[in-house]
Design a protein around this ligand. Structure first.
Ligand code: OAD
Length: 234
């Protein structure tokens, strides 16, 4: 089976009703990014940041995977698929994808404030625990914090992602503005003979000379077209 790697971003979840970050009216218009998504912001006002992610986490209970996520899972019938996502929601999982690498953490998990990547203290929350409070403690006695990779923090999963991207036969970029590193740099690890697709309704500025097939559509329609050209028209 050919190896297909998907790099997804907020745009794939937009059709489920989750805001993107950098589009007009996106999350970073409403909340100053460095206040709610940086380690400095967390240190300055942990309660504000914990509450921001409580809201995002609770939103998961009211949204469903859309056709874009579902077709990513469907691709597993035809390819050896790895989903590398910048999204912290769980919609790829819920749509049935089996191999997902979360570069920027997961909303449904919490961890230690001393060392967010200490596996002993990373824990999946049950829906009834979705509201994290000041004073809730991780196993090491530190404040329980969202398991999210903030600006200013390491991205430990990037190496695992690179290992898969380096072996890709097909690389699909969907719903990301390619503004955030190291996620955006994954494109540079794609083998030169692999086919690269981009699914996004807008132009995305990507710094590369290599050919990229742009399917200029939203996630659901775009994935349908991709499947059509990769699978059904061969
Ligand atoms: P952005 O908000 O930067 O980009 C979203 C992309 O999705 C844009 O290129 C849109 O054109 C596209 N888009 C919008 N609607 C779409 C649709 N219906 N179908 C397909 N694409 C659509 O989001 P990301 O690139 O994911 O990190 O942002 C990367 C990281 O920046 C996030 O993981 C987050 C943020 O700060 C952290 O919080 C650490």
């Amino acid at each position: 089976m050919k190896k297909l790697v998907i790099l997804s971003g907020a745009g794939i979840s937009a059709e489920s009703g989750i805001s993107t970050f950098r589009d007009a009216g996106g999350l970073w218009d409403k909340y100053p990014v460095m206040q709610v998504a940086s380690i400095e912001g967390y240190e300055a006002n942990p309660e504000l940041v914990i509450n921001f992610y409580n809201e995002r986490r609770k939103q998961l209970l009211n949204v469903q995977p859309n056709q874009g996520h579902i077709l990513c899972a469907e691709l597993e019938k035809y390819f050896d698929v790895t989903v590398v996502t910048q999204n912290v929601d769980n919609l790829h999982e819920r749509a049935g994808s089996h191999h997902i690498i979360h570069l920027h953490g997961e909303l449904t998990k919490v961890c230690s404030s001393y060392n967010p990547n200490d596996p002993r203290y990373i824990r999946e929350l049950k829906p009834e625990e979705f509201e994290v409070k000041m004073g809730d403690k991780a196993g090491d006695g530190s404040q329980l914090r969202p398991f999210i990779v903030w600006f200013g923090e390491a991205v430990p999963e990037i190496e695992t992602a690179v290992n898969y991207v380096e072996k890709a036969d097909i690389f699909v970029i969907i719903g990301t503005s390619m503004n955030v590193y190291p996620a955006a740099s994954l494109l540079y690890y794609v083998p030169s003979n692999a086919d690269v697709y981009l699914i996004d309704p807008k132009d995305v500025s990507i710094n590369t000379q290599r050919p990229i097939t742009h399917i200029k559509k939203g996630a659901g329609e775009g994935m349908k077209e991709l499947l059509q050209s990769l699978v059904f028209s061969r």
